[in-house]
Design a protein around this ligand. Sequence first.
Ligand code: FE
Length: 227
Amino acid sequence: MNKKVLRSLSYGVYIVSTLDGTRNTGCVANSVMQVTSSPATIAVSINHDNYTNSCIEASGKFAVSILSETSPASLIGQFGFQSGKDTDKFDGVDFSIQEGLPVLNDCCGYIVCKVVDKLETSSHTVFLGEVIDGGTIGSAPAMTYAYYHNVVKGKSPKNAPTYIADENDSPENASAGRTDSPEGSASLRWTCGICGYVYEGSVPFEELSDNYVCPICRQSKDKFIQR
Ligand code: FE
C-alpha cells in the first residue's frame, strides 16, 4: 500500500478541550468531522496515550476550538507537544468558558459536545458528541492541515491518527545529511528537535538572537539540530 495516498484526505487543525475534574486540559486533533446533521453530531479521534482521552471519558463532554490561519502556531506546540497530565496547557492562553468547558479565543469558532457514543480502535478512541453549543469568532479562514504543513511548516505529533513516520527523520538520515533543501543543494537545515519545525528564515540561523524560540513549540534555540 502506498500510504502517501492518505495524505490526500483533508483535515483541519483543532484544540479538543475538556475537564480533568475541575482543571482545564486539552490536546491538538486533526481528525474531527461532522457525521450527522440532526441532531448535529461530531466525531473526534483521540489517541489512547493522550491524557485528554481519559478526561473526556470521565467528564462526558468535550469542546472543539477550530484554529484559523491567524491562530498563533505556538498553540499547536503548547497543546500538541507536551502532556496535560503534569502541565497546565491553558497557562497563558486566551480562552473563555462555554457550557463549562474552555475554548480558545484565538480561533475561528468553537463547538461544545456531550459524548453520546464511542468506538475503540487499537490506538485511538473515536468519540461521538452531540453538539450542544457553538459559535464563530472573527473572520479568518480555518487552518487546514495542509496549511499547517505547507505554510506553518509544522509536523504531526506522533499521537495524531494521520501520523506517518517520515523516513527522512531517521537518525541515519540525520547523520548523513539531507539533500532535499528547496534549492536542491546539499545544505543541512536547522530543525527543532522537539516538534520538527524547519527554520527557513531569511536571517542565517547562527545569527539569530540567543532568545530565539521555536514558533511551534516555544523550545529554546539550543534545541535545534542540523539535519
Ligand atoms: Fe519546536
